[in-house]
Design a protein around this ligand. Structure first.
Ligand code: FAD
Ligand code: NAD
Length: 468
């Protein structure tokens, strides 16, 4: 029957599109509903992908400016940035990815409906687009509507001078100065983008550390690396207000000594976290319950209070990460199919795409201490790595923590070159419960950045490292 489906995914971000593809592969008739004209959600359009494109471009610029001369490459003072092309290339990367998703939907025979999905009841969803209204009927619905930026009292986002990451990824011209509220993941990534091209950047962070949810040593080391980019970092500082004064923004904050101070910049970018997004979904009509913080409540099967309606990704509890949303998309497709899939929430890696990159999996040292778990640490600095010296990437370290009794790997924390890719090896190891000895006895190609792990595991096992 027309418009009748086995599974309808609402939202086409990494959670929705991955789940839709898996459901189609399992033989179901699937539809995907997306309110915007392009597929891919936050991650593809205004998140992971454009942020990484700008991070890559600016890192090239920064290296050309600061490091080429040491490599013997002389630009004879001829370096300049074409800001319009810089943003245009980023948009091109996004378009390639959104086009790829249209191809994947066709390949998997998934019907795509563009418009705002709104529940009529637990088996019917209305899709409102500009010119029509369509009614979909399904046995199962999956809410994958993601998240939106949040703000703080006294700071009203006007999208002109007081902006979020979305506007920050598509500015019309290069700003001379920018204040970033929040030294979390978005804050430090976008601070890197703009500081590398010589925008004066100030980060104002409420806690006493950058990236405060990660192991503290990572935040400290990142502070030093970002300070080298001339980023001004104000820790233990609480923003009170931001006012658009026309050409500039004036931000007032309470510093760590209790003084009220004021600074101005061309833009104020607000990066204080994101909130679950369910606006317009009309969850009450279906009977789906949400928590006080707006997140859709689910059980271990990711089933909402209504058994035929599931929810995944940023709209439910847990880290707001694209790979977590993807894993949950696959998970619900398989649960609906009667399988018994598994997600190990303790082993979802977290990555920050600064340079050096930051990547971690498992427990932080602070968590182990708080839980009274015994551990032994091995820490190897990249300054002692031959590979890192060759590429002039000697900032950072690998830190592993293992249980002294059995050698179980409890946490791996890396700040260094290509940490985002290197962390995968530790995720595999920890998932299969290898020991620190297993990790140092396997062969590591030389010279690689990953070798730093071997030395760190040797140290954590009570043996001396080879390279320091
Ligand atoms: P989303 O990607 O938010 O997608 C939800 C979709 O649902 C949206 O397209 C929305 O339009 C649609 N929608 C909402 N309501 C309705 C409705 N009623 N009807 C129809 N459609 C609807 N994560 C990483 O893992 N790595 C990174 O490097 C990374 N970088 C990031 C950089 C930035 C600047 C930002 C903002 C985020 C970043 N993230 C990153 C986080 C990542 O983008 C999210 O965790 C991820 O997109 C969540 O996926 P999702 O499928 O749950 O939701
Ligand atoms: P976040 O939670 O990472 O950081 C927010 C920061 O703002 C925190 O450090 C917090 O202490 C600070 N803060 C809160 N109130 C403040 C105030 N009044 N004054 C000053 N600082 C204040 O959130 P985010 O950086 O906005 O990112 C949102 C989500 O997007 C995160 O959950 C993250 O996982 C995801 N994301 C991931 C990546 C990645 O995986 N590389 C990149 C970007 C975003």
């Amino acid at each position: 029957m027309k418009n009748q489906y086995d599974v309808v995914f609402i939202g086409s971000g990494p959670g929705g599109y991955t789940g839709a593809i898996r459901s189609a592969q399992l033989g179901y008739k699937v539809a995907l509903v997306e309110k915007y004209s392009t597929l891919g959600g936050t991650c593809t359009n205004v998140g992971c992908i454009p942020a990484k494109a700008l991070l890559d471009s600016t890192e090239h610029y920064h290296q050309a400016k600061e490091q080429f001369i040491t490599h013997g490459i002389n630009l004879n003072g001829e370096l300049s940035l074409d800001f319009t092309q810089f943003i245009k290339r980023k948009s091109g990367v996004v378009s390639q990815n959104t086009a790829g998703l249209i191809y994947l939907m066709k390949k998997n025979k998934i019907d795509v409906y563009q418009g705002l999905g709104s529940f009529i009841d637990k088996t019917h969803l209305k899709v409102n687009s500009i010119d029509k209204e369509t009614l979909l009927n399904a046995k199962y619905f999956v809410i994958a509507t993601g998240s939106k930026p949040s703000s703080i009292p006294g700071v009203d986002i006007d999208k002109k001078r007081i902006i979020t990451s979305t506007e920050g990824l598509s500015l019309p011209s290069q700003p001379k100065s920018m204040i970033i509220i929040g030294g979390g993941v978005i804050g430090v990534e976008l601070a890197s983008v703009y500081a590398r091209i010589e925008t004066e950047v100030t980060i104002i962070e409420y806690t006493d550390s950058l990236i405060p949810t990660m192991d503290r040593e990572l935040g400290k080391a990142l502070y030093k690396s970002l300070a080298k980019l001339n980023i001004k970092i104000l820790l233990s500082s609480k923003v009170q207000s931001a006012v658009n004064t026309g050409e500039q923004v004036s931000v007032s904050y309470l510093d760590k000594d209790g003084n009220v101070l004021e600074i101005t910049a061309d833009y104020c970018l607000v990066a204080v976290g994101r909130r679950a997004y369910t606006d317009g979904l009309n969850l009450q009509a279906a009977g789906v319950e949400t928590a006080k913080n707006g997140k859709v409540m689910v059980n271990k099967q990711l089933q909402t209070s209504i058994p035929n309606i599931y929810a995944i990704g940023d709209v439910i509890d847990g880290p707001m990460l694209a790979h977590k949303a993807e894993d949950e998309g696959t998970f619900v497709a398989e649960v609906i199919n009667g399988q018994k899939p598994h997600i190990n929430y303790n082993l979802i890696p977290g990555v920050v795409y600064t340079w050096p990159e930051v990547a971690a999996v498992g427990a932080t040292e602070e968590q182990l201490k708080a839980q009274g778990i015994e551990y032994r640490t091995g820490k190897f600095p990249y300054s002692a790595s031959a590979r890192a010296r060759a590429s002039m990437d000697t900032d950072g370290f690998v830190k592993v923590m293992v249980s002294p009794k059995y050698g179980e790997v409890l946490g791996v924390h890396i700040i260094g070159p290509r940490a985002a890719d290197i962390i995968a090896q530790s995720v595999v190891g920890m998932e299969y419960e290898v020991t620190a000895e297993d990790m140092f006895r396997i062969s590591y190609a030389h010279p690689t950045y990953s070798e730093a792990l071997k030395d760190a595991y040797l140290m954590a096992s009570g043996q001396g490292a080879i390279n320091i």
